[in-house]
Each structure stands twice: as C-alpha cells, then as structure tokens.
Design a protein around this ligand. Structure first.
Ligand SMILES: Cc1ncc(COP(=O)(O)O)c(C=O)c1O
Length: 397
C-alpha cells in the first residue's frame, strides 16, 4: 500500500495546492493598473460597470456593489425593516456572517435544521418556527446548490415575510431555469477571495425593488443622500445630506477592476468547474465517503464547493485527522461549516446546544471540502483524487 505522507510516505505533490486560489489573469491585473493610473481608485465608473455586468447576468433590475456579502446582508436586513426583537429564520449550516448580521441589527437568528441529503434549509420545518416577531426568511444556497425557493416563497407569502437570499456561493446558480438574483426581495453575492468570482473582498445586492435598493444605497455610504459618491466628479461639487446613520460599505474601483474581466469569462470558468465536478463524481465513487447529492435536473449548481461526508463508521479516524493527512499530502482543504449553533457565541447568547439540529450536526462533524476552481489543472485534480484515495485507504477499517 502507498504510505501516506502523514505516516512517512512521499506526498502526492511537491508544492502546496491552496484551497480556493482565485483564477486571476493578465487582463485582470492590467485593469487594476489602469484603474490606479486613472486616478479614480474609490467608487466610480469601474464599480458602475461591474454592477451593470452582474445585474444583467442575474437578470435583476437593480444592483448595488458593496465591500462584502456580509455588508450586503446587513443592509438588506435594514432595508427589510428588521430591528430589535425581530426574528430571522435561517440555517445553522452556514458561515457566521449570515447570522451575525441578524444579531447586529438587534434581531434574533432562529435556526431551522437543514436536510441531510443536500445540506439546505428544510422548508418543511420552517412554519413551526414562525412567531409574530418573524420578519424574514434567509435561505443560504450552500455550496452553490439552489434552495427550494418555491416552498420558501409560499411560506413567506402566507405569513407576510420578506425573503433575503444568501447567495455568497451562488453566482451562476439557477433555480428552475432562472438565475439566482431577482427571485426574492434581496439577493446577496460574495466576491471574497475563494469565491467563483473574486474581487479580494466584495459583494453585491441585487433586487427588482427600486425603493428597497435606494434605501440600501443610502445606508451603504454613511446615510448620505443618493449619488453622494459623485460629489467630486466633473459635474462640479454637489452638497449631500445625511439622511440616516449609515455605514461605509461601498465597493471601490480597485476591487471592481478585478471583477470586470472575470465577469466576461464567467461562463467559461463555470464550464471548467463543471468538468472538475464531474470528474470528482466519477473517480471518487468508491471512497468510504458520501459525495454531493445528485444535481436537480431543473436547477443549475454553481459548483462552488465540492464537499465529501466521510462515513466515520467505516474509518479508524475522524474528519480532522483526514484533513491533517490531506494537508501532509500538500492538498488544501476547507470545512463548510461547523454548524453555527455549536459556536460559543451562539450557544452562550441564544441558548442553542448540541442536539438541537441533528442534520446540521451530522454534516458539521463530517464535512470536508476539496479544491475546486477554474484554474486547477488536470494534474492538480488528479493529485487531489490520488491523495484522497491514498488517505482513505490507509484509514479504512
Ligand atoms: C454562506 C456565506 N454567507 C456569507 C458570507 C460572507 O461573505 P463575505 O466574506 O463576502 O462577507 C460567506 C463568506 O464566506 C459565506 O460563505
């Protein structure tokens, strides 16, 4: 048997394969240089262009570029009228930002368990959690797989709730033939360093609601009246008025410069992700690990994260030892996610504890994400597969 590196063998790679390394090319770097040379590095024409490209891609009427998805979620909650004492229903199988922002507006994140099969919020469990304080349902398209939006929207309509989609993983995701982006009150994307499209840090809120977006835009920039960023433009100085105590959440042209050409290449990079996804699905079948659920033929996955659930009963070790062993093979990995209710802040503040959300806990104890990205070479992907086979063979009971 091929000895894994953790037991003294030779790693499958000589150099480290960084998890989620962005696919940045010459034209992206040149655009950043052009931006710097233009003298306009704050929010300006490149951000306006990036905003339009994303807006058109997701078929939304309005878009606002912000400096993170976290910021976009925060603003969307404010625009949806969530305030102290209000409740927001979301999943514990997500990144902390999804629920942290609910806390920031004084609201209470109310978790609803996910399905074990696809890791997404289970609509069948939502109604039992609705109270007279519930204002919003905040589903997360985890890994890039679309949530059951028909059921979520039906519940929201019945109870007069707003829906804000956490689409941090979902640029490129489609639900029943329609791109994620204008199907709910607000949809929020992330362009963080590991996402399908990367601006270093960055995010975008998209919506068909003009008034909602206008409110959001005011809060995104100190609460100043709209178009305040134009105040130093060539149209001459414009006075602004502070309408609200807003935030500093605008995206800059330096960030947008990185996104412009990636947006043009997006279809191509999604095809590359799909090929890698299919290769993993074919070549990892025999591992003692469950692979992602089959794709829903009616919807389109964005192939953001490829996650495995090792079958712990067939293994001599837990998930974390497998992560260590892959690391020693020079393969970067991720964990998406440790369920939120298991984190000290959420158990301390809201009284959540282990046992509350069995499916999220099952996933949380097992999930492991392997490299996925349009810049992985065939050899990279082959090495990820070889490392997984070697490590799982070694630890199999
Ligand atoms: C599901 C989810 N929601 C929200 C966020 C926050 O995104 P950002 O880092 O752009 O604020 C992330 C980021 O990793 C995420 O994965």
């Amino acid at each position: 048997m091929d000895t894994p590196a953790i037991a003294g063998g030779r790693p499958v790679r000589d150099t480290y394969l960084v998890f989620g390394k962005p696919d940045l090319r010459e034209q992206d770097l040149a655009e950043v240089m052009a931006c710097l040379q233009s003298g306009w590095v704050g929010t300006g024409p490149r951000t306006a262009k990036f905003q339009s490209l994303v807006k058109e891609y997701v078929n939304a009427k309005h878009a606002l570029a912000v400096n993170s998805c976290t910021a976009g979620l925060h603003l969307s909650l404010i625009a949806a009228g969530v305030g102290p004492g209000d409740e927001v229903i979301t999943t514990p199988m997500t990144f902390a930002a999804t629920a942290n922002v609910v806390h920031h507006v004084g609201g209470r994140p109310v978790f609803v368990d996910c399905k074990r099969s696809d890791m997404l919020i289970d609509p069948a469990l939502i109604e039992a959690k609705i109270t007279k304080r519930t204002k919003v349902i905040l589903p997360v398209h985890l890994a890039g797989r679309a949530c059951d939006l028909d059921s979520i929207h039906a519940i929201a309509r019945k109870h007069g709730l707003k829906v804000i989609e956490d689409a941090a993983h979902a640029l490129g995701t489609e639900y029943k033939g329609q791109r994620i982006g204008a199907l709910s009150d607000f949809t929020v994307f992330s362009f963080y360093a590991t996402k399908n499209l990367v601006t270093g840090e960055g995010g975008m809120v998209t919506t068909n609601h003009e008034e909602g977006l206008a409110r959001l835009a005011i809060y995104s920039l100190h609460g100043m009246s709209r178009d305040a960023w134009k105040r130093y433009g060539d149209a001459g100085f414009k006075h602004y008025l502070v309408e609200e105590a807003g935030f500093k959440y605008n995206m800059t042209d330096m960030q947008s410069s990185l996104g412009l050409h990636q947006m043009e290449r997006f279809a191509e990079s999604q095809r590359a992700r799909k090929e890698i996804w299919q290769r993993y699905m074919e070549e990892l079948q025999d591992l003692p690990a469950d692979l992602p659920a089959p794709e829903d033929p009616e919807s389109q996955h964005s192939y953001h994260l490829f996650t495995l659930l090792p079958r712990l009963e067939e293994l001599k070790v837990g998930r974390d030892q497998i992560l260590d062993a892959l690391h020693k093979e020079n393969i970067g990995t991720g964990v998406h996610y440790v369920a939120l209710h298991l984190h000290p802040f959420y158990s301390r503040t809201y009284g959540y504890q282990r046992g509350d959300y069995p499916n999220a806990e099952f996933i949380s104890d097992r999930t492991l994400s392997i490299p996925m990205g349009s810049n992985l070479s065939e050899a990279d992907v082959g090495q990820v597969i070889a490392a997984l086979k070697k490590v799982f063979r070694y630890y199999r009971k």
